[in-house]
Design a binder for this molecule. Structure first.
Ligand SMILES: [Zn+2]
Length: 379
């Protein structure tokens, strides 16, 4: 009996510790009550900027993490960070590794007004861009938003008798500075940086290897309501970005209204930017067949019309061939399609035409508004 009680206590303590670690890793305030709803920020964009750790937690732990700006943000190993740290001067190490603060008005980037990006001094990841820099008068370089919300991480910091939110590089955990809620529009945030934590790379200059994005490929899938298809793909490991739009029609710059009410020929399509090292095109095709029903002609569930047709717009001859082979194999050997004909169109790059991104309010629709479209996988 005693052993059982002890085990229970240990388990409870471990759960508490895990909970504490979870909020400190995600930054911001610890949840007063995990069941109460999150307060809604008055400033648009603030919540989405501050929750990067929550977003990054999606997907498989072992997969490499790619940001929406197509950078490899997989956390570096301790050994790799130690290797990189050898190049730091004592002054840089005091700030970057030991969370120090440089003296105000002493950094070399406070008054820098050139166009370019501010990359991590330790690992080279772009952290801030010149178009988000502003003069805060504090003596430290200040920005109202990061280069990409997945490039910075947050920690709750109670050192020096203050309650602050520390900002770190998401890839190497270099200390960068702190973020405060007294910044300008549109975010209302002030990212207060140490110059020594950053390195400036001017626009047009050759960017160091560590500061460049990964090589990605594009894929285009039409499978009914794009809100749902986009949402599923956005959460698929290896997918860097999924964008809702229109493709396969004849009208230039179509609007949602025109696609719905006029005979423009467009299909609601999702453009996928993917990392071919993490997910192959064939694996994406398999996901696409799970995320919609390829046997429904010119409709998907309750949505009727040509705009909801099932189609694959290939971006190369190889993709076209692969898509055709995939469909033939599914039709021939997948019992799911034994008595149901796959009607998915495969349209070559030359005939597919241009992809037009949909209006802003259609992007990340389910992420912003919740809910989900009915999909075969949910059945
Ligand atoms: Zn870094």
């Amino acid at each position: 009996m005693k052993t059982a009680v002890l085990v229970l206590v240990v388990v409870a303590l471990a759960a508490l510790a895990a909970g504490a670690a979870a909020w400190t890793k995600r930054g911001g305030e610890p949840p007063a009550d995990s069941t109460s709803p999150k307060p809604v920020s008055a400033e648009p964009g603030k919540d989405s900027l501050m929750n990067s750790k929550d977003q990054a937690g999606k997907g498989e732990a072992s997969a490499r993490k790619i940001s929406r700006a197509a950078y490899d943000v997989t956390p570096l190993s301790k050994t790799r960070v130690e290797e990189l740290a050898k190049k730091l001067t004592a002054e840089e190490a005091a700030v970057i590794l030991s969370k120090g603060t440089e003296r105000a008005f002493c950094g070399n980037l406070v008054d820098n007004k050139k166009d370019g990006a501010y990359v991590c001094r330790l690992c080279g990841l772009p952290l801030f861009a010149s178009d988000a820099k502003f003069d805060s008068g504090t003596g430290w370089p200040s920005f109202f938003q990061p280069f990409d919300k997945d490039h910075v991480a947050y920690e709750h910091d109670t050192s020096l008798g203050m309650t602050r939110t520390e900002i770190l590089c998401a890839r190497c955990e270099a200390h960068l500075g702190h973020v405060f809620e007294d910044g300008p529009r549109p975010t209302g945030l002030r990212f207060c940086l140490n110059s020594v934590s950053l390195e400036f790379v001017e626009k047009g200059a050759a960017w160091p290897e560590a500061s460049r994005p990964i090589e990605t490929q594009a894929a285009y899938f039409a499978g009914g309501c794009f809100w749902g298809v986009e949402d599923r793909f956005q959460q698929t490991p290896g997918v860097v970005e999924a964008v809702s739009g229109y493709m396969g029609g004849h009208l230039l710059n179509p609007t949602y209204k025109q696609v719905c009410n006029e005979d423009t020929g467009h299909a609601e399509t999702v453009m996928i930017t993917f990392d071919p090292r993490t997910i192959t095109y064939t694996e994406l095709l398999a996901k696409f067949f799970r995320y919609h029903d390829p046997t429904q002609l010119n409709r998907q569930g309750p949505d009727y019309g040509e705009q909801y047709r099932s189609a694959i717009f290939s971006s190369s001859a190889e993709q076209e061939e692969e898509a055709k082979r995939f469909i033939a194999e599914q039709q021939a050997s997948n019992p799911k399609y034994k008595s149901r004909k796959i009607v998915t169109q495969v349209i070559g790059a030359a005939r597919a035409g241009k992809f037009y991104p949909a209006e802003d309010y259609h992007q990340d629709y389910h992420a912003k508004h919740g809910g989900h479209c009915a999909m075969p996988e949910d059945d």
